[in-house]
Write a protein that binds this ligand. Sequence first.
Ligand code: CA
Ligand code: CA
Ligand code: CA
Length: 242
Amino acid sequence: MNKQTMCCANVVFGILLAAIAAAPLEAAYTTGNLLTDPSFENNPLGNYVQILGPPNNTNVWGAEMGALSGAAFGITPASGAVMLGMSDDGGLTTQSFQLIDVSPYAVDINANLVTVDASGLFNTPATIAAAVSSVSVTYLDNTYASLGFSIVGSNTLSGGFVDNNVTTWEAINIVGAAVPANTTYLLMQFAYNNASLFDSQGVPGVGFVDDASLTLTAVPEPSSLLLAALAAIGLLAWRIRK
Ligand SMILES: [Ca+2]
Ligand SMILES: [Ca+2]
Ligand SMILES: [Ca+2]
């Protein structure tokens, strides 16, 4: 390598270093809680049928067989003065829902950079030995068609996620589930297995939920400019060695 080439290489190298310094890594972020009324304190329950189907109401809780409740059965709300009680809807599970519009995050979601964390607290009366419950998030496109779902917990009779100690709230957490591209809405769901809500005498009980949370986290990749600069430096270093 002659002197002129070396000088030129140094200039290019300097420009690339400046480009790296200037190229911002897009900031990673985690949203606040995207659920409306996550502690069930403010909103009346909506009509769940209108959450699951047209008009697909967002930002309101709906429950198949649910009622807002103050302290009951020796259970105090986990926070605030109100919790959601869920009782046997006659099917396999009783479910509660909230639909969330996540279109403001479409660019990052469609780049497969977004994960979701979702959680809730569960508690049941002392007469219910081991209630089975779950948290799920269903990913819906802009026509409300399902793109899949993530679930923690169980809708079956196996296992018990809620103890019979009324003074403790049991947490169920979805952590870092990938949000698929084209997701426009998230359907947050709490469920109790109905058979598990019966006491030893066969009397149906109530399962409670409180303190729901749903957040999105995006960890953008390094910008394409930065990647190009790094590639150019690698090439330059290889040529200088030669
Ligand atoms: Ca509450
Ligand atoms: Ca049901
Ligand atoms: Ca408990």
